[in-house]
Every structure is written in C-alpha cells, then in structure tokens.
Design a protein around this ligand. Structure first.
Ligand SMILES: Nc1nc2c(c(=O)[nH]1)N(C=O)[C@@H](CNc1ccc(C(=O)N[C@@H](CCC(=O)O)C(=O)O)cc1)CN2
Ligand SMILES: Nc1ncnc2c1ncn2[C@@H]1O[C@H](COP(=O)(O)OP(=O)(O)OP(=O)(O)O)[C@@H](O)[C@H]1O
Length: 234
C-alpha cells in the first residue's frame, strides 16, 4: 500500500542532536542519543532466533500479568473486554506477536500505534487504532508495517480506522530502547510515550517490555520524562 495513505516516510537513526538546541537541554539530549545508540547496538546483537525465543517467554509473562491484574477482574464482572495497546515490532524490539495472539484468544480488544499527521500540522502525534483479528492482514499492509511513517488521519478514517481515546486503554505494552531499575525509560526519541503515559487512567496498567540487555544503570532524566516502574524483561 499505500502511498496514498502515506504523507511522508522517515527512517530515523539515533544520533547526537544538532548544536542549535538550547544549552540547558543539550547535555541530556546528547547523553540520551549516545545511550540509545549503545543499547540499540546491544539489542541488535542478540541473534534473531534467541530474540524470538525470549520474546515468547516475555509474552507469556505479560499475558499472565494482564490476566491476573485488576483490569481483567473488573471486566470479568460485567463481561466486557479490556482494551490492550501493543505495537508491531520494528528492528530488534521484543516481538509481542505471541501476546497479541493470546489477547485475541481471550477476546481482548487490541490496539496498535500509528503516527498521524493532521492537516496543517508540522508534528505527527501517536494515535492508537483498534485492529480486530479479521482486519489484521489489512492493517498490517495499511499501517502496521510502517511504524515510522506519518499517515493522514482522514485516510485512516476512510479505511475504517477510528482512533481510541487514551482514557479507554486498560493496558499499554510500551516498547523500550532502555530502562533502569528506578522506572526510568528511553524510547526512540519522539517523546510519544512520554506524552501518552500521563494521559492514561490512573488504574490503567502500563508495562514496558524489553530484553535484559536493555537495562542500564540510570537513564538520564528530563522533566518531561514519564516514569514506567513496571517492565517485563527476559
Ligand atoms: N514498534 C514500535 N512502533 C512504534 C513506536 C515504537 O517505539 N515501536 N513508536 C514510539 O514512539 C512510534 C513510532 N516511532 C517514532 C519515533 C520517533 C519519532 C520522531 O522522532 N518523530 C519526530 C520528532 C518529534 C517531533 O516531530 O517533534 C521527528 O521525526 O523528528 C516518530 C515516531 C509509534 N510506533
Ligand atoms: N510531554 C511532553 N510534552 C512536550 N514535549 C515532550 C513531552 N515529552 C517529550 N517531549 C519532547 O520529546 C522529545 C524526545 O524526548 P525523549 O528523548 O525523552 O524521548 P523518548 O523517551 O526516547 O521517546 P518516547 O517517549 O517516544 O519513547 C524531547 O524533545 C522532548 O522535549
């Protein structure tokens, strides 16, 4: 698909930022860029077969965590289904496909992120779209295979995809570049999850997923950084 869907494509690599940034934020941005590059190299070095095997273990633990959380208890009482945000793995991220399969098998509602650009806006924002098992192949071609591309909200809507309000998310599996034992987290540098996490309901379960190689002593922390105390790692 779907060039008609796409407004622009940008593959991004971690790199030190340009020196035009204000002095007060430059040190942590450069520190983060260097840490990002170092941890991504460590994650990329895990052989694919091993990543697949360890991803399955992580997914199993994640499914158990969600099933035993009070989020699911609440739905069991009124026979509704929890709304779970996941992601389509890129590069060497933990592959959460086995968790997605388990979620569908439980009848949970599954949502994926997509970078959306509104008319006249410069900055894309991350929205979550519900994807039913029936629509999975369509969604994969439409937007899941291009996590960094920016899509037109109207084009997505005309294909039947409506964004989910973050307030309606019960569980969010957060992709990570790096994390520490104090809840510090680092992503690809878009600030997307930093913006999302404070918008979740207080009772929502946000949980990072990562390989042990992604744990670092301390992630540099800025005022905008949202903490993520829970990480399922393997
Ligand atoms: N698998 C997966 N999917 C994902 C994510 C992820 O981490 N993993 N994302 C996790 O975020 C989003 C895509 N990742 C992105 C990472 C960086 C930028 C980015 O740097 N964007 C702007 C900077 C922000 C701005 O415009 O001010 C840019 O391109 O300059 C965009 C998207 C949504 N889907
Ligand atoms: N809540 C926010 N409001 C405005 N800008 C923000 C917010 N959170 C992050 N940003 C901006 O996003 C940029 C990237 O931040 P940072 O390097 O911490 O991202 P990250 O944690 O790696 O990304 P992500 O949150 O997508 O995983 C920074 O320039 C920061 O100013």
């Amino acid at each position: 698909m779907p060039e008609r869907f796409t407004q622009s494509a940008r593959a991004r690599k971690a790199r030190p930022v340009a020196s035009s940034a204000p002095d007060d934020i430059l040190p942590s941005m450069n520190e983060k860029a260097l840490l990002r590059a170092e941890v991504l190299a460590r994650r990329d070095a895990i052989p694919l077969e091993e990543r697949t095997r360890r991803s399955e273990t992580i997914c199993h633990a994640l499914a158990q965590l969600v099933a035993s959380s009070c989020v699911c208890d609440a739905y069991a009482a009124d026979s509704g289904a929890p709304v779970i945000a996941v992601y389509a793995a890129m590069r060497s991220e933990v592959n959460v496909d086995p968790f997605v399969s388990a979620a569908y098998a439980q009848g949970w509602v599954v949502c994926f992120p997509c970078m959306v650009l509104d008319d006249g806006e410069q900055r894309a924002c991350m929205e979550f779209y519900r994807v039913s098992p029936r629509r999975m192949a369509h969604a994969r071609e439409a937007f899941l295979s291009h996590p960094l591309r920016r899509f037109s909200r109207d084009a997505l809507e005309s294909e039947g995809y409506e964004p989910v309000n973050p307030h309606d998310l019960d569980v969010v599996a957060v992709p990570l570049v790096a994390f520490d034992d104090a809840g510090g987290r680092l992503g690809y540098g878009g600030g997307n999850y930093d913006r999302l996490l404070p918008r979740l309901r207080p009772d929502a379960l946000a949980v990072g997923v990562a390989f042990e190689e992604q744990r670092v002593e301390a992630v540099p922390r800025d005022p905008h950084d949202a903490l993520l105390p829970r990480v399922v790692r393997g």
